[in-house]
Design a protein around this ligand. Structure first.
Ligand code: ADP
Ligand code: AMP
Length: 209
């Protein structure tokens, strides 16, 4: 199973990806996580740190190189879930080319639809446990008292607003690209986590049986 999760910041991609990758036994590959890891290791150039902090996108070549290297690893041979990549048509085209060169293709692109008002609340109250990577929400999924919580630098209201705007601009082309390719499946991301998971699982079972 090779699939992509597309959706605005706070839509629930990371949350759903954790469940799906466990069920299908494939790695979750998040360019956002890889970039944050590079930042934590001190290997991310300062101009890219600034871009992320402001909620803008990093250059296509940067994320394409990350994806090329990560999808070559052994654990990705049997499939993978891409979370937050591709975000632009050039990234999508590069992914198609990369997979073609390996005789592979995508099975499905899942777009999680969530209205703007909910996204703000979901992203701004998101907290992640530094040690486990577990995603919490101060209202919907309160963290346990012993969690070591991180509040992402880009999960503040003005930056989230910008990230949602950037997402809307980029999907204006990206979603039609995958619709034309017959790969796009839009899923309602409103409701509790389990309800959304059921919708995603149903869609994946339809493509893979
Ligand atoms: P994304 O990866 O798309 O940016 P996340 O999966 O990190 O989004 O979710 C953003 C926030 O919303 C997190 O705090 C998460 O706990 C919460 N969340 C995710 N899905 C739901 C849901 N269905 N209902 C309520 N809160 C949710
Ligand atoms: P995310 O964790 O997916 O919300 O991504 C956090 C940030 O990382 C984004 O706001 C961008 O600055 C950067 N980023 C992640 N993935 C991509 C991508 N595919 N293309 C460009 N920038 C990205």
């Amino acid at each position: 199973m090779r699939l992509v999760f597309v959706g605005p910041p706070g839509a629930g991609k990371g949350t759903q990806a954790k469940v799906i990758t466990e069920k299908w036994k494939i790695p979750q590959i998040s360019t956002g996580d890889m970039l944050r890891e590079a930042k934590a290791n001190g290997t991310l150039p300062q101009d890219l740190i600034e871009k992320m902090k402001a909620g803008g996108l990093v250059p296509d070549e940067v994320v394409i190189d990350l994806i090329r290297a990560r999808t070559e690893k052994d654990d990705a041979k049997g499939g993978f879930l891409l979370d937050g990549f591709p975000r632009t048509v050039p990234q999508a085209e590069a992914l198609t080319k990369l997979l073609d060169s390996r005789g592979q293709k995508l099975d499905i692109v899942v777009a999680l639809d969530v209205p703007k008002e909910l996204l703000m609340e979901r992203a701004c109250l998101r907290r992640t446990d530094k040690r486990t990577g577990q995603i919490y929400h101060l209202k919907y999924k309160p963290p346990p008292p012993d969690a070591i919580l991180e509040h992402r630098a880009d999960d503040h209201e003005d930056v989230v607003r910008n990230r949602v705007d950037v997402y809307e601009k980029m999907t204006a082309d990206l979603l039609p690209f995958y619709e034309k390719a017959g790969l796009l499946k839009r899923i309602d991301g409103v409701g509790d986590v389990e309800a959304v998971t059921q919708r995603v699982v149903r869609a994946l079972e339809q493509v893979r049986g």
